[in-house]
Ligand binder design. Structure first.
Ligand SMILES: Nc1nc2c(ncn2[C@@H]2O[C@H](COP(=O)(O)OP(=O)(O)OP(=O)(O)O)[C@@H](O)[C@H]2O)c(=O)[nH]1
Ligand SMILES: [Mg+2]
Length: 343
């Protein structure tokens, strides 16, 4: 399935149906009285969070969603039918933003959650509604209220327990492939991974979701490389696994670069529990390994775990440390109360 984590959509709820003006006309019945029915409600446009989706790709092909208009009222006190709703199915972790792409409207974090994006207009009253002792033959009815229309942004932030961060080529995808059934593309050039990938890790009797995030480079927060476009997915991770390439330059500097980008992005990424890991130990001489570990320790302030993702050595310790940190970390902050459109 193709991955798309951002989409712009246009939604319009249904107009309400108009009320009817009608009078009872029957043989032998004089002054039958008004009997125009009310119009039906217009349909709503609703977003619903469903299981089994992990991309917004459907919204690349369809961006316009219009709910049906309510039926018009009719004579003989027949009310119009309600217009059908339109339900947009979105994956868990979808946020809905207003047209400015900044104002958060709703955050759909669990399956079954629903939010009304545009409310259908009410139907108008038919003339039967307006009869009174002083006006026994009203000749007017209400039109239906118009529906609402708005342009919205959908943004998917994958929900994972732990996220892999690091420079390109650090071995993040190799790590994900080693610990889960995910099969990300692995190659010895930077930016092999172009969009986030999820994998389910099983450790002893436990499970957690690990996300492989495309590599970050200096200036990513200004758009260099793939930029920080995918860091949004890290926002939802409870724990970061920071992979540093032991065989590719100064480990301490590599670490600092990524930390700098996480700090520049903000949103609390820098405060997340972090497991510091030096990868590619197999490609280093014992002396080089010692130097790199010392550099990384100085930069990170903790002793890094040393692994070889390709050689599958030391991986279990990393997973165990991650699981411990996940259990300790508070669940991600709940977003503001669900928003409802003003009527
Ligand atoms: N020697 C050695 N090579 C490794 C190890 N782990 C990964 N590699 C190699 O490093 C290269 C990059 O690995 P990837 O897993 O694609 O790196 P990545 O961090 O996902 O890179 P991007 O997706 O570009 O950000 C590949 O050629 C891997 O085979 C390791 O433990 N030892
Ligand atoms: Mg990769």
């Amino acid at each position: 399935m193709k991955f798309l984590d951002q989409a712009k959509i246009y939604v319009r709820s249904g107009d309400g149906g108009a009320g009817a003006v009608a009078f009872r006309r029957e043989k032998f019945i004089e002054f039958g009285g008004p009997d125009g029915g009310d119009g039906g409600r217009g349909g709503d446009v609703i977003a619903e969070c469903v299981d089994g989706l992990n991309t917004l790709i459907d919204y690349r092909y369809q961006q316009h969603f219009k709910a049906k208009t309510g039926g018009h009222g009719m004579g003989r006190d027949r009310a119009g039918g309600a217009g059908a709703d339109v339900v947009l199915k979105v994956p868990v972790g979808t946020q809905i933003f207003a047209e400015d792409n900044e104002t958060l409207i709703a955050d759909l974090t669990h399956v079954g959650q629903r939010v009304v994006l545009a409310r259908g207009g009410n139907g108008g009253f038919g003339n039967a509604h307006f009869k009174s002792s002083t006006n026994r033959a009203p000749r007017h009815a209400n039109p239906g209220q118009p529906g609402e229309e708005r342009t919205l942004w959908l943004r998917l932030k994958l929900i994972a327990d732990a996220g892999l961060v690091g420079l390109p080529n650090a071995g993040k995808s190799t790590f994900l492939a080693a610990v889960s059934a995910a099969r990300p593309k692995i190659a010895d050039y930077p930016f092999t991974t172009l969009h986030p990938q999820l994998g389910v890790v099983r450790l002893d009797t436990r499970e957690f979701v690990l996300a492989d995030i495309p590599g970050l480079i200096e200036g990513a927060h200004e758009g260099v490389g793939l930029g920080d476009r995918f860091l949004g997915h890290v926002e939802r991770c409870r724990v970061l696994i920071h992979l540093v390439d032991g065989a590719g330059g100064h480990a301490g500097e590599a670490y600092e670069t990524v930390r700098g980008e996480l700090a520049a992005y903000g949103h609390g990424l820098i405060d997340k529990p972090e497991i510091v890991v030096l990868n590619k130990a197999d490609a280093l001489t014992p002396e080089d390994l010692k130097t790199q570990v010392a550099r990384l320790k100085r930069a990170a302030g903790t002793t890094p775990l040393v692994i070889s993702a390709a050689g599958r050595a030391g991986i279990a310790e990393v997973l165990r440390a991650a699981l411990k940190a996940i259990d300790r970390a508070a669940p991600p902050a709940e977003p503001d109360a669900a928003w409802q459109p003003e009527l």
